[in-house]
Design a protein around this ligand. Structure first.
Ligand SMILES: *[C@@H]1O[C@H](CO)[C@@H](O)[C@H](O)[C@H]1NC(C)=O
Ligand SMILES: *[C@@H]1O[C@H](CO)[C@@H](O)[C@H](O)[C@H]1NC(C)=O
Ligand SMILES: *[C@@H]1O[C@H](CO)[C@@H](O)[C@H](O)[C@H]1NC(C)=O
Length: 810
């Protein structure tokens, strides 16, 4: 606007000049006066200056005019001719920063028309104060700024010009900054802040300074502005840990994710510069597995299995770093506390397995080592064994125990042991573990074979097949394998003068006793064999047993007729008195049987007779008696065929012929001569009769003596025989002798006894070979008593027979 005004003024001026030059005289008036004068203030006297007549002014209609529609700033007082201020004149408003400010006005007079240019020079007065654009100046200055650093400040403006414009600046006194004032190329003044002392954001984050701009007017005017200095952070602080060393204790087996400790560091810096991240310093792979550090929070957590037994302390270096990278370190010491988490372990260091059963009490059979990885009480271990085993643990050097026996071992009772060792620590709660040791007991040959029976008896029939089994012995041996393997053998001995091995043999493995030969009851009724059972140990153990073999009778001998002689040509003739009455004893058939029992129980029958009704024979006695009285009509020669049968199955028999002569006189017998050729036979009969008589006499005498002795000494023994009939010993078969159980024939007490009948009361023959008279009575008593014992032995061992021998003592 100023510029436009100016150009318009210039145009008008040129026009005025043109007008003046054309037809009128123009005079330029110029006045200089300060701006902002009051209205009505006199600028100057135009009339005077122009030489006009004051009285005519009004007539000439003097007035101030403007070119165009410009504003009229002044008036003329027509009475005085003075030029006065009509409007407020503000230089700054009219001319701004122009060095000269001129207002063009015109004075117009009429009659004649006159035109005068009036230049009003408006002078500046200091009516404006320096002013800053903004209310406050904001300055961000890094705390790291060096001393001497300059910071340009905005200029203050002052509408006034020249000296009235800003001439200088002042800064409020402060400890950090000073002010430098400089001049622009256009003469304006500006200022700079100079850092005089370094800033520290951490001490003072911001400061406010007052900057004052002063102009050169009189009086000077000033304007102020506040400078807000914000101290910008520089990363001048490293993080600082809250503790130089963090010490924590941590029980082992702490669960994963547990927080061990939280480290914390602070950084006085701001934002990025104060933003801390935590990192674990140089750390082993192992530790890395166990611990993790949260970058942000600084919490150290457990990420692996913490085992006190592996490592009891950990030392971690923790590093705190701020954004730009300043770091500091701290140490975390983690002490691991033991927890009773390890059961004791039992190790078998050595074991004598198997252990022989004959080891002495207190023998060491094994060594055991016990370990507990825990420490303190948690690692204190006690060992024990279960009850009922003959072993105990004896502590030896630290953590070692000897396993020793506490009693005798017997493999045959307990062949192996499961020894359970229990180890318990002293932790709370205590942990324990156990181990079972299998211990075998090795065999020692300490058991001899034992026969199942104390005594064996076997019964064998005579005429057995050689090789047939007689009996089986069995012995057991509880020892192991060969120590318990039983082998049987016969102990050498004699049986009737022959080695026992010629009678029986034994199977060494099975214990079966076989007959080697065929036995003959009539020769050998029983014998004893000693069987030895021996094991295969080294040395072997053995035991023996007696096997009594009893041979039982078979009906293998036919009856043997002793009288009458069975030979056909040497018969005997019995005399039968004619006067013989019914029932008279005529003769007697005497037969023996080498067998025994039923096999020797003979029966007699008349199988053929001259006169069948005349004679009978006692079935069991063999006595031939007349059945009726002999009459004259009966033939003198009577022949009987007698059969003797035993009672065996099948029965055997023999026959003989009995010749009877019914006559009272031998001479009457015509055939006697015929018969006398058998002189020896009749002599035999004669001798027989003599023998019979003498034996009977002797026997009677014996009885009498016995009775007499008994009469004197009431306690003397006596032998009683019922219905005894003596038979001459000459008739006995040569081999007919009772053999006792042991097979020895006791000649001193040679009681030969046999039955001719089944009757208990008749036909018992008792033959004794010793002379009663040669022995004292007491001795006799003893000897007979002994022989009774022997006989009783026979009775019990050979019970198939019924013995009719009765022996009594008084
Ligand atoms: C010992 O243990 C074994 C196996 O467990 C078993 O077969 C055996 O019978 C046990 N022996 C004893 C004497 O308990
Ligand atoms: C038998 O016993 C002996 C000691 O008497 C012993 O040395 C041997 O090993 C035992 N044999 C067996 C098979 O056990
Ligand atoms: C048979 O055994 C007995 C004891 O049982 C013993 O005294 C005897 O010597 C043994 N005989 C033989 C021949 O071994």
């Amino acid at each position: 606007m100023d510029c436009k005004g100016f150009s318009l003024t210039a145009l008008l001026t040129a026009f005025c000049f043109f007008v003046v030059m054309a037809d009128t005289v123009y005079t330029d008036l110029s006045y200089s006066f300060p701006e902002e004068m009051k209205r009505g203030s006199v600028i100057g006297n135009i009339a005077k200056d122009l030489g006009l007549d004051v009285n005519r002014l009004s007539a000439r209609k003097a007035r101030i005019d403007t070119e165009g529609n410009r504003k009229r700033y002044c008036d003329i007082n027509v009475n005085t001719g003075e030029l006065t201020v009509a409007e407020r004149i503000d230089r700054e408003g009219l001319c701004g920063k122009k060095a000269s400010c001129v207002i063009k006005q015109q004075l117009v007079l009429e009659n004649p028309l006159e035109l005068h240019h009036i230049s009003l020079q408006v002078q500046d007065i200091n009516d404006n104060s320096p002013k800053f654009e903004e209310d406050a100046i904001k300055k961000d200055i890094s705390e790291s700024a060096d001393k001497g650093a300059r910071f340009l400040l905005e200029e203050a403006s002052d509408a006034d010009i020249g000296q009235n414009s800003v001439q200088s600046y002042t800064l409020q006194i402060n400890e950090h900054f000073v002010l430098a004032v400089n001049t622009n190329s256009d003469g304006g003044k500006y200022s700079e802040l100079i850092l005089d002392k370094e800033l520290d954001r951490e001490r003072q984050q911001e400061l406010t300074l007052i900057l004052t701009a002063v102009d050169g007017g009189t009086p000077p005017r000033s304007g102020t502005v506040a400078i807000h200095v914000t101290v910008l952070d520089a990363n001048d602080n490293a993080p600082v840990f809250s503790q130089p060393v963090y010490k924590v204790s941590l029980p082992e087996n702490t669960p994963l994710e547990s927080v061990v400790v939280t480290v914390s560091a602070t950084d006085a810096d701001e934002d990025q510069n104060g933003e801390i991240t935590y990192v674990l310093g140089h750390i082993s792979e192992e530790d890395k597995r166990l611990f993790a550090l949260n970058r942000k929070t600084g919490a150290i957590t457990v990420t692996g299995q913490i085992d006190y037994e592996d490592e009891s302390t950990y030392e971690l270096r923790v590093l705190a770093r701020d954004g730009p990278g300043l770091t500091s370190y701290s140490k975390v010491i983690i002490e691991i506390m033991d927890v009773n988490d390890n059961a004791p372990s039992i190790a078998l260091k050595s074991l004598n397995n198997p252990v022989p059963e004959n080891v002495q009490t207190g023998t060491e059979v094994g060594i055991i080592n016990v370990q507990d990885r825990d420490s303190g009480n948690n690692g204190q271990v006690h060992c024990s064994l279960q009850q009922n085993v003959p072993f105990k643990l004896v502590p030896s050097i630290k953590n070692y125990y000897s396993l020793v026996t506490t009693g005798e071992l017997d493999r045959e009772l307990v062949s192996d042991y499961n020894i359970t060792i229990t180890a318990t620590d002293e932790g709370s709660p205590p942990l324990s573990s156990s181990k079972t040791i299998h211990l075998s007991v090795a065999d020692v040959n300490d058991n001899p074979p034992v026969f199942e029976e104390q005594i064996y008896s076997a019964h064998v029939k005579e005429n057995n097949k050689p090789g047939s089994s007689v009996c089986t012995v069995a012995a057991t041996d509880p020892d192991w394998r060969q120590n318990g393997t039983v082998v049987y053998s016969l102990l050498p001995s004699d049986v009737s003068g022959a080695p026992v091995s010629s009678f029986v043999s034994i199977n060494g493995d099975t214990g079966v006793i076989h007959a080697v030969r065929s036995f003959d009851y009539e020769q050998l009724k029983s014998f004893k064999v000693l069987v030895l059972a021996r094991d295969n140990g080294s040395p072997p153990l053995s035991s023996n047993v007696t096997v009594s073999v009893f041979i039982s009778d078979e009906n293998d001998n036919s009856p043997q007729i002793l009288y009458p002689s069975p030979e056909g040509n040497s018969f005997m003739t019995e005399m039968v008195p004619k006067a013989a009455q019914s029932g008279s004893l005529v003769s007697k058939v005497i037969a023996v049987d080498a067998d025994s029992g039923q096999n020797a129980w003979l029966s007699y029958h008349i199988v053929k007779a001259t006169d069948p009704g005349l004679f009978t024979i006692g079935e069991h006695s063999g006595e031939i008696r007349t059945q009726r009285d002999i009459s004259e009509s009966d033939s003198t020669k009577q022949n009987l065929i007698v059969s003797v049968k035993d009672n065996g199955q099948p029965s055997l028999s023999a026959t003989c012929a009995v010749y009877l002569l019914v006559s009272d006189n031998l001479a009457e017998i015509p055939e006697l001569k015929d018969m006398s050729y058998d002189e020896s036979s009749s002599k035999l009969t004669f001798y027989l009769i003599i023998a019979l008589v003498s034996v009977s006499t002797f026997f009677l005498t014996f009885i009498i003596v016995i009775l007499a002795v008994r009469f004197c000494h009431r306690r003397k023994p006596r032998l009683l025989f019922d219905g005894a009939v003596a038979i001459p010993s000459a008739y006995l078969p040569p081999n007919y002798a009772e053999v006792d159980g042991a097979g020895t024939l006791r000649s001193t007490y040679n009681y030969d006894a046999y039955l001719t009948t089944g009757s208990r009361t008749s036909d018992f023959k008792f033959v004794t070979s010793y002379n009663e008279g040669t022995l004292p009575a007491d001795l006799t008593l003893k000897k007979t008593q002994t022989s009774v014992d022997d006989l009783e032995g026979l009775c019990t061992t050979n019970d198939s027979q019924v013995w009719p021998l009765i022996f009594m003592s008084c």
